[in-house]
Write a protein that binds this ligand. Structure first.
Ligand code: MOS
Length: 745
């Protein structure tokens, strides 16, 4: 593409959230808020054992309760054709259904598994009737205790062998003059977005379904429903105009969604299902707990000689969920000898899913804590130690980074937090009777560009409409896309509308993996470039005016006008040009994808979090007093939403570091703190002033905007910054999250 069109050095025009007003006034409609005539309510009944079979279901009382329309279980569920085992001979490419097959048979794989859906004319009647369903079980001994089952660890694909990586020699750290070797533990965390998962399922015809659903990927959900019900693309529509947070929990199609579709089929009315907060713990995934062992060896002047990172995480008994816990360790620092291993322990629990940062957040808590431990042992400033091992190019793939401004991140953060106030000797700083500590931790995550399609319609009123089948769980996708289009199209933002939230629009990417802006923004850019080419052609065709004959390379665009370079008068607005050509619009649909650059460069976003904590010497209470979080996320498109996203990641990180832990009572395999009274997410009182700073330099390779990703690096490494600050304040090293007061006393 002609880079002349797009100046990545200048700022993007600042903008408020284009959907901000709708969100704060309540005009924005989330999944459960759509009003369909005749809607009835589904409430899900869940298993009360963790493993076994259902031997009897008493549904009679529920069926005869007032207002009840249906009680659906494995005994009477309409069939889900996609759940049937696939004849691999007949169709070798066909995919088996992934995940729990809801109401498929009498098997129970976890406590809290959906076993029945009760449908009634009102929500209250459905809740009441659901309480009347009684199940009997043949119970089997369930294993839900991760620590007790570590010996069952096996390879992530099921075989005995762990997934391993080795560069140089293994376990070299043990021979180093200075080394640390420690174990770190991560508990189960649940996403808990503010909006609970919800769906309204509506069969518009016997072979045609529309769902209003909370999903991070309308096209993914559409594909799953197509597979489950064996319907063509044209017969399945997924609408997700607004999504109230996700953090990864809405990255796949879960049993309650299929249950709602089945129920709607059975009663032949739109059925609305919204999970209760406790169901959010067992039905929509979670961050798996993990056990990690890290060894790092160094010379006495702090050059790493060997790194070993071994991770074991949990999965369910019926699926292998894998993520990148050991990924960052392979390339974050320059070290000749690195070996990692990754294993899973299957337990009688529901399947985990990516949760913000995902595996890298778990991994970097341990790894960035370990680096700090080594820095303390070497008596070297932890930033200085990192600089002495700075990876100028990717040591894992032996490729240059497309861009890396991690050094700049350290610098920005150190200055802003006042790193010089930190004392290397722990427990030496006090304020108001509290111990004071400073800590830092880095984050890194792949900067990706996937495929996307965008439709762009330039109308003869001078406005631009852009469309793509994505959803926005909160970062402000439409806002950033309008800003990209504004710059690419040389059109003021108020003339541009970005439409999303329906699978009927041209296929866009799933919102995840910090890849939306890069992927979708590239497609918006490409679409705008094509429109400009068309405008140029029109100008060449119609002539500029009587006296000038423009040439293609002599045409410029500015503020919704096209003209000959250097001319200040005689500019023609886009709408004039369209009208002159008797066109009511230019309407294009553009596919967009990256090229071969993925093979030539390593592309990552980087972050560094600096945290100041207070720890109370008598109670062990930890207060996060100040956070400076810095990011190399490439070019910043939308200053306001980018800051918000970094701040949001830190808030999630405060929960990860200090309060969040989903606890299972292993006698029953059941969560005991599956509510907001007992599972503590950070509230305003836990959150201090957070400064988010960006290097804001464009990546020259990844995409035309120069933007990398931001969603994950906002969280990755933050928990380590807190753990390291707590050590700096107290001299106590906490290797098991969350860092609760009992661990400090
Ligand atoms: Mo994110 S964990 O890819 O929603």
């Amino acid at each position: 593409m002609d880079k002349l069109f797009f100046d990545t050095t200048g700022p993007f025009i600042p903008a408020d959230r284009v959907d901000g007003r709708d969100k704060v006034t309540g005009a924005a409609k989330y999944a459960a808020e759509h009003k369909l005539p005749g809607t009835v309510y589904g409430v899900i009944v869940t298993s009360t054992i963790a493993k076994g079979t259902i031997t009897a279901l008493n549904t009679r009382t529920a069926e005869t309760a007032p207002g009840v329309l249906a009680v659906i279980s494995h005994l009477n569920s309409p069939p889900v054709p996609g759940f049937q085992p696939i004849d691999k001979k007949a169709n070798p490419k066909a995919q088996e259904w992934q995940g729990l097959k809801v109401f498929y048979d009498n098997k129970v794989y976890s406590n809290g598994q959906p076993i029945v859906i009760v449908v009634a004319d009102t929500f209250e009647r459905a809740v009441y009737a659901a309480s009347l369903v009684k199940a009997q079980y043949a119970k089997e001994t369930a294993q839900t205790d991760f620590e007790k089952n570590l010996s069952k660890a096996r390879g992530p694909q099921g075989g005995d062998k762990p997934q391993v990586y080795k560069r140089g020699e293994a376990d070299v750290y043990k021979k180093a003059p200075v080394f640390i070797e420690e174990e770190y533990r991560m508990p189960i965390e649940t996403h808990n977005p503010m909006e609970m998962h919800a769906i309204i399922a509506h069969w518009e015809a016997p072979d045609q379904i529309t769902v209003y659903d909370k999903t991070q990927g309308p096209k993914d959900t559409q594909g799953d429903l197509m597979q489950a019900f064996q319907l063509p693309e044209t017969k399945v529509k997924v609408i997700a105009e607004y999504v109230g947070g996700g953090f990864g929990s809405a990255l796949r199609t879960w049993p309650h969604e299929i249950a709602a579709v089945l129920a709607a089929k059975k009663v032949n009315k739109p059925v609305k299902v919204m999970l209760s907060r406790d169901q959010m713990f067992t039905m929509v995934g979670y961050r798996p707990c993990a056990h990690q062992k890290i060894g790092i060896g160094a010379t006495t002047d702090g050059k790493f000689t060997g790194i070993t990172h071994e991770a074991i995480a949990q999965t369910s008994s019926y699926e292998n969920f894998t993520e990148g816990i050991v990924n960052a360790t392979k390339f974050l620092y320059d070290c000749p000898n690195v070996n990692t291993s990754y294993q899973l322990v299957p337990l009688d629990v529901s399947t985990p899913i990516w949760m913000r940062g995902p595996g890298e957040a778990t991994g970097c808590f341990a790894f960035e804590s370990a680096i700090d431990e080594l820095a303390c042992k070497l008596n070297i400033d932890p930033v200085e130690l990192r600089l002495r091992n700075y990876a100028e190019q990717d040591p894992e793939r032996n490729l240059p980074f497309s861009s890396k401004y991690l050094r700049e991140c350290y610098q920005l953060g150190m200055e802003k937090i006042g790193w010089t106030n930190r004392k290397q000797q722990p427990g030496t700083l006090k304020e108001d009777g509290w111990l004071v500590g400073y800590g830092m931790g880095s984050g890194v995550f792949s900067a990706m560009r996937w495929v996307a399609t965008v439709r762009a319609v330039l109308k003869d009123d001078g406005t631009l409409l852009l469309q793509s089948a994505v959803s926005d769980m909160g970062p402000g996708t439409a806002t950033a896309m309008v800003q990209i289009a504004s710059k690419a199209m040389d059109l003021p933002p108020e003339k541009i509308k970005f439409e999303l939230g329906s699978s009927s629009l041209p296929p866009g990417p799933t919102q995840g993996g910090s890849a939306t802006t890069s992927t979708l923004g590239s497609a918006v850019y490409d679409a705008c470039m094509e429109l400009k080419e068309k405008l140029k052609t029109l100008l060449l065709k119609t002539g500029h005016d009587a006296t000038t004959h423009p040439e293609a390379n002599n045409i410029a665009f500015e503020n919704g006008q096209i003209f000959l370079k250097g001319q200040t008068t005689n500019r023609r607005s886009y709408e004039e040009l369209l009208k002159k050509n008797q066109l009511d619009k230019l309407d294009i649909t553009k596919d967009s994808r990256g090229g071969t650059e993925q093979r030539k460069y390593s592309m990552y976003s980087f972050s560094v979090h600096f945290t100041k904590v207070w720890v109370h010497p008598l109670t062990g209470v930890v207060k996060v007093k100040e956070v400076v979080t810095t990011g190399d996320a490439g070019k910043i498109i939308s200053e306001k939403t980018a800051r918000s996203q970094m701040i949001g990641g830190v808030v999630g990180g405060i929960g990860m570091a200090l309060t969040e832990e989903a606890i299972i009572d292993h006698r029953f395999g059941r969560y005991v703190n599956n509510n907001f009274a007992d599972y503590h997410v950070p509230v305003n009182a836990d959150v201090p002033r957070i400064e988010a700073l960006f290097v804001n330099k464009p990546d020259p390779v990844l995409n035309p905007m120069g933007a990398k990703g931001m969603g994950e690096i906002a969280l990755i490494g933050f928990a380590a910054s807190v753990a390291n600050a707590v050590y700096n304040a107290t001299g106590k090293r906490i290797r098991q999250l969350p860092i609760t007061p009992d661990k400090l006393l």
